[in-house]
Design a protein around this ligand. Structure first.
Ligand code: ADX
Length: 186
């Protein structure tokens, strides 16, 4: 059973934002956290970059301007949903620090999770086959290969997916949410 101490203040929603390179494990961890919170009775919406880019961000490229626009639109959704007591979990590369800092200013509470995984591990795993294509030059502006990724300087949580299982990462994220008083487990 989930009890949220913020209920009394009328605020249940917040944004949990997972940033990191493609293939680092953002979506997997986001799903695990979402499932756990839903089981406890929370209203949770999962916004995944891969999915959002087929819907409201359909047509945006991977230029800096379009990535910033992608993140801005997701941020607007987070604001709207969290205002109505939904816990919004976002899994998006969101490579630019400035765009993420804007989110922090706009969304309250905003919990930033850095899903950290070394590039050589991601290239070896290459679950979607995108790193091979990026290295071969078949995909341009690919984050980590031909486009920058600015790691968070002061994230709320860091999970290191080369060294821990997704379930462990999800547990650590949930512990931080609990420690911040955003959720509490009986
Ligand atoms: S973001 O940079 O704008 O935040 P987002 O998370 O929405 O990116 O989408 C990333 C996903 O798009 C990747 O997981 C990958 O599947 C796909 N993708 C296709 N082209 C690229 C690219 N050039 N750079 C990064 N990801 C890409």
């Amino acid at each position: 059973m989930l009890h949220n101490p913020m209920r009394e203040e009328g605020r249940l929603g917040f944004t949990l934002w997972l940033t990191g390179l493609s293939g680092a494990g953002k979506s997997t961890i986001a799903k695990l956290v979402a499932d756990r919170l839903r089981k406890c009775g929370s209203r949770v919406e999962l916004l995944d970059g891969d999915v959002i880019r087929t819907q409201i961000c359909n047509g945006l490229s991977f230029s800096r301007a379009d990535r910033d626009e992608n993140i801005r639109r997701i941020g607007v959704l987070c604001e709207m949903l969290s205002r109505h007591d939904v816990i919004v979990i976002v899994a998006a590369i969101s490579p630019y620090r400035a765009a993420r800092n804007q989110l922090r200013l706009m969304l309250h509470p905003f919990i930033e999770v850095y899903v950290d995984c070394p590039l050589d591990v991601l290239i070896a795993r290459d679950t979607k086959g995108l790193y091979r294509k990026a290295i071969a030059g078949e995909i341009v502006n690919f984050t980590g290969i031909s486009d920058p990724y600015e790691a968070p300087l002061c994230p709320d949580v860091i999970v290191r997916t080369a060294y821990e299982a997704p379930q462990e990462s999800a547990c650590r994220v949930l512990s931080v949410l609990k420690a911040r008083g955003l959720v509490s487990f009986d």
